[in-house]
Design a protein around this ligand. Sequence first.
Ligand code: HEM
Ligand code: HEM
Length: 189
Amino acid sequence: MNQTATSRVEIYARTARVLHWLTVLLVAVQLPIGFYMAYRGGTLNVWDGLTNALYSGHKVGGVVILLLVLWRLAYRMSRGAPADEPTLAPMQRLVSHLNHWGLYLLLVAVPVAGYIGISLFPALDIYGFKLPGVVAPDQAAAKSVFEIHRLLALALVALIAMHVAAALFHHLVRKDNVLARMLPSLLRR
Ligand code: HEM
Ligand code: HEM
């Protein structure tokens, strides 16, 4: 990992930073599309071209996120992460590590549950093409798996909220270099 010449703060390598911000962008689109399409299809029962396009887009986006996160995890496990920001208390280190690994876990579990759900339903169509199913169709099981997908997505929202609040707290209140580890242009020397 990179270390700045003028401070002891280690920052994330460029690849780790690009993968982080690309995931942020995709998940920030994926979550509202998921809630909105489920509202149109599930609550309003409107199955027009827009609802179908949102479902297709959500499935493609989810598979792309899953592949990106698997790549990111392989990179993370092989290259590690920079040493923690030196001013963090042991409890803050522990909570931040739990938050990060919880995020990784949910970034895999949410799309996997979604994919199993569309295989069980089955709802494997995306823009007229068919994705490969991974389990035999079973409508009742699909309902439970989609509920799990929804609950895991809500847990992901909760962890992201904690994560973003902590990043902003460090930058705006504690005025340390935690956020700068992912956005080096913000480094305070
Ligand atoms: C990180 C990736 C993903 C996130 C954050 C995500 C998030 C969501 C959210 C928030 C909902 C709305 C839940 C509700 O209000 O009922 C949803 C629904 C849905 N997702 Fe995903 N999803 C992801 C990946 C996937 C993947 C990979 C697939 C399938 C290939 C998928 C298929 C679906 C389907 C079919 C629904 C509608 C379920 C229903 O109508 O009950 N999702 N998703
Ligand atoms: C979809 C939203 C997000 C997800 C899923 C996410 C996920 C992650 C994960 C998994 C890590 C751990 C990296 C590692 O050590 O391998 C991380 C680190 C980090 N993220 Fe995010 N992140 C999100 C949004 C944000 C936002 C909006 C900010 C800034 C406001 C941010 C700032 C940071 C910082 C500063 C770190 C490094 C923390 C440290 O090591 O001290 N993240 N993020």
